[in-house]
Design a protein around this ligand. Structure first.
Ligand SMILES: *Cc1c(COP(=O)(O)O)cnc(C)c1O
Length: 796
């Protein structure tokens, strides 16, 4: 039990005010959007790089939170000290306080704790170890990949008296971070998975990165690592104090694991650790049967009957459920929310208590309906206060499944033994083998990269036109709304309508309005771009006739020569706006750069920026208020800080394509377009492949027919060797012409089988490379992926 009064001692902070009544603290809350139990939560206001948590204290107070930790220097202090009956502690740094509280919690449990660090494999090693050790121990572990400065304390906070072993991962991106994670976890056994290039930019050398990570082991009794990682081996041999045992291994033991290199390595770490814990060889081998090479992804997919599915069928523990429910409640696309849940296995908690907690969680997340599968959940049905349907087994549910849903969001989460992947198969829209996978974490990463380039008060408009550059507009917009961008922009009114129908409430600019769509624009609270005297007059007439008023975005010409008011129109524009100020409010004045990605056109771009400044100043003076001004797109954000004005418009960079190589290094790939091999054939010299016999065979050849064609957006310009695809780690050139729904590629030198995966573009084969082959730009290829290609959204 932790009480507010103890915080003084733990955090070395000051108590600003404390109420007489003190509720024990059960939840440590760092993100106001994840509130579930106000009365028993302690909120940490963190002044982060992008958001200041102090801003949300009042909001949380209104929702019933009464216990807060705030930082000494924050600009909201006066609003916080006014709060009645609240307990507020003030500390130098809220993240450190969070870590100190978790560390003091950790200290109450004298159980073995495994701490895992390294560049790759931390999460898989942790998950596998948890499974492998589940026979002997009641394991507590980090949920998903919660391994950051705040993720680690939240993970450690989960330890309770029922646990007999803990497994936590620790990830760092800069020097000096690990000492805090070490103090929080206090591991007794360490694992160093490997060392790679991730986060290299934060360190001066590989050596420094290894040294920093190794600080996790300072108080361990033993450390597991692979001697073949020579840099790690060298460092730990020289620097690890002698009393710490080194449990090392050299070669992947193929009799124990038939897995490939990466996974084999992860498994060897697990096996080595088990051997040293004294677990017998036969027991290790039995436990290894339980291991599956699984993805940790949480996937959002289109389901049948207008549903969306959230696929989290990997495991089912309470912390994972909470994260999946957060993900579910961030989706705005459907109002109705259902959870399909199996028994929660191996929690170590008494049943009643566990299912009561789950019921509270479902309740706090406003879930409309629970479908429970399994006997344990069924016999605890009385814990739940929302409509509940029960099935003893997955098979029983599958018989009814397709009739139970329509137009809702469904979270599907079950323990492995329930094999919920069968439910996904049944409820998912069929994908015809070709999918575009969208990495939602990468979008957030890219968004944050561009945010870090903005001046403190510059707003951000995200461009989600053209189906969010092919990525799926409703889903991407929902994510951007959660991450609090300021504005969205679409090309046409109907794109905006779709967003509104999918629960998007952010302001939305429509760049190509027309008379026929004015009614929609008003009905759906969209904001039109007004770019000429003609469209202004048409819109004014419409407003007049319908006795309406609206916000508009004025586009001015500065050098693109596409849409925009010319300088000579300005006096007349001012006159109209002044006379119609009761009908029209100017939300923004903006323009568009013609060559922001071209350093050779710097003069021209600066001239455009100056021109916007000049015209907008005239308008602002005449209007008597200050609309938002903006001009730069993705490529301009980093290079023209003088052009940031009040807002920037972020498009292609959000989707992972940088303006140049230096910027590209900071961005993550968002989309991966994949298909499969439908058939493999063998040809002799003289044979031809495909339409018009354009694919000439000159040697004994093997070709693969792949399930993608120009109707899917696989450009016909890739025909006859111009483009290639990626199969099992190698490039396979297109042979013959790309067909409407299929293409043929040469795999003579590649080992492949029917059904194998084919990457069209993605991390291994960047879309920029395809654009070069086709003589076009990534924009065209990305927006050309047809809507019949299903989009799958995932988060790691
Ligand atoms: C598409 C578009 C953008 C975004 O451009 P990117 O190069 O994708 O960042 C910005 N402004 C306008 C007016 C656009 O049409």
């Amino acid at each position: 039990m932790l009480y507010f009064s103890q915080l003084l001692e733990i955090t070395s902070g000051k108590i600003l005010s404390a109420t007489a009544i003190s509720t024990p603290i059960e939840h440590l809350l760092i993100d106001s959007r994840r509130l579930t139990a106000p009365a028993t939560s302690l909120f940490f206001a963190i002044n982060g790089e992008r958001h200041d948590g102090h801003q949300f204290v009042k909001d949380l107070y209104a929702k019933g939170v009464r216990q807060f930790i705030i930082e000494e220097n924050n600009s909201y202090i006066s609003t916080i000290t006014d709060l009645k009956d609240a307990s507020v502690a003030i500390v130098p740094n809220s993240v450190r306080a969070l870590q100190q509280i978790a560390a003091s919690h950790r200290n109450q449990f004298a159980i073995p704790i495994i701490g895992i660090t390294g560049s790759n494999g931390k999460t898989i090693v942790k998950e596998w170890l948890a499974t492998l050790l589940s026979k002997r121990y009641q394991v507590v572990k980090s949920p998903r990949s919660y391994n950051s400065q705040v993720g680690v304390p939240l993970s450690v906070w989960q330890i309770n008296a029922s646990h007999t072993l803990g497994i936590f991962e620790a990830g760092i991106s800069q020097p000096d971070e690990m000492i805090y994670l070490e103090k929080t976890i206090q591991p007794t056994i360490g694992i160093f998975t490997n060392i790679g290039t991730a986060h290299d930019e934060g360190f001066i050398s590989r050596q420094q990165k290894i040294a920093e990570k190794a600080k996790l082991f300072e108080h361990c009794d033993a450390v597991v690592y692979c001697e073949e990682h020579t840099e790690i081996h060298k460092y730990l041999s020289a620097h690890l104090p002698n009393h710490i045992k080194r449990w090392t291994w050299k070669r992947i033991d193929t009799s124990l694991t038939s897995m490939g290199k990466g996974e084999g390595e992860n498994l060897m770490h697990c096996i080595t650790l088990m051997q040293h814990l004294g677990i017998s060889q036969p027991e290790i081998e039995t436990q290894l049967q339980l291991i599956h090479p699984v993805s940790m992804r949480l996937e959002l997919k289109q389901g049948i009957r207008g549903c969306y599915l959230i696929d989290d069928t990997y495991n089912n523990d309470l912390a994972g459920l909470q994260i999946a429910l957060d993900f579910l409640s961030n989706q705005q696309q459907r109002a109705k929310k259902t959870v399909v849940l199996s028994d929660v296995l191996e929690s170590g908690e008494p049943e009643k208590q566990l299912y009561t907690r789950i019921a509270e969680l479902l309740h706090s997340k406003n879930i409309d309906r629970l479908i429970g599968i399994g006997e344990i959940l069924s016999r605890n049905a009385d814990c739940f206060d929302i409509p509940t349907l029960l099935f003893p087994t997955t098979e029983d549910f599958l018989k009814k499944a397709s009739t139970l849903f329509s137009n809702e969001l469904i979270l599907i989460k079950g323990a492995r033994t329930f094999r919920f992947e069968r439910i996904i198969q049944k409820l998912q829209q069929k994908t015809h083998g070709t999918v575009l996978e969208i990495n939602l974490d990468a979008i957030v990463h890219n968004l944050n990269y561009f945010r870090s380039k903005l001046k403190p008060h510059t707003k951000l408009m995200a461009m989600v036109k053209a189906f969010a550059y092919g990525s799926g507009s409703a889903e991407v917009a929902s994510l951007l709304q959660f991450h609090r961008v300021d504005y969205l922009a679409v090309a046409y009114a109907d794109e905006g309508v779709i967003l509104r129908e999918n629960g998007i409430t952010l302001p939305i600019m429509v760049m190509n309005p027309s008379e026929e769509t004015f009614q929609q624009i008003i009905d759906y609270q969209l904001e039109p771009e007004i770019y000429s005297p003609r469209i202004l007059q048409e819109f004014l007439n419409f407003l007049e006739n319908n006795d309406q008023s609206a916000k508009i975005h004025l586009k001015v010409e500065t050098g693109m020569h596409r849409l925009g008011f010319e300088e000579e129109h300005i006096p007349q524009l001012i006159d109209k706006l002044q006379r119609n100020h009761h009908r029209i409010q100017v939300a923004a004045i903006f323009s568009h750069l013609a060559a922001s990605d071209d350093p050779a056109e710097r003069e021209y771009t600066l001239q455009q920026i100056t021109q916007l400044d000049k015209i907008s100043s005239l308008l602002i003076e005449a209007l008597g208020y200050e609309p938002i001004r903006h001009i730069v797109n993705s490529a301009g954000i980093a290079h023209y800080p003088e052009g940031q004005f009040d807002m920037v418009r972020l498009g292609i960079g959000l989707y992972g394509v940088g303006a140049n190589e230096a910027e590209q290094e900071h961005l993550k790939t968002v989309g991966t377009l994949k298909t499969t091999i439908s058939q493999i054939k063998h040809e002799k010299p003289g044979d031809t492949v495909g339409y018009g016999r354009r694919g000439k065979v000159t040697r004994d050849s093997t070709t693969a027919t792949i399930a993608i064609g120009y109707a899917d957006g696989f450009d016909r310009r890739f025909s006859v060797g111009t483009g290639s695809v990626w199969i099992n780690g190698q490039l396979a050139p297109v042979i013959g012409s790309v067909c409407m729904d299929m293409s043929m590629v040469d795999i003579t030198d590649i080992e492949a089988q029917e059904g194998d995966e084919v990457i069209i573009f993605g991390e291994q084969l960047p879309v920029q490379q395809l654009a070069k082959w086709a003589g076009t730009i990534p924009y065209e290829l990305m927006t050309g992926i047809s809507e019949r290609v299903k989009r799958v959204f995932y988060t790691e």
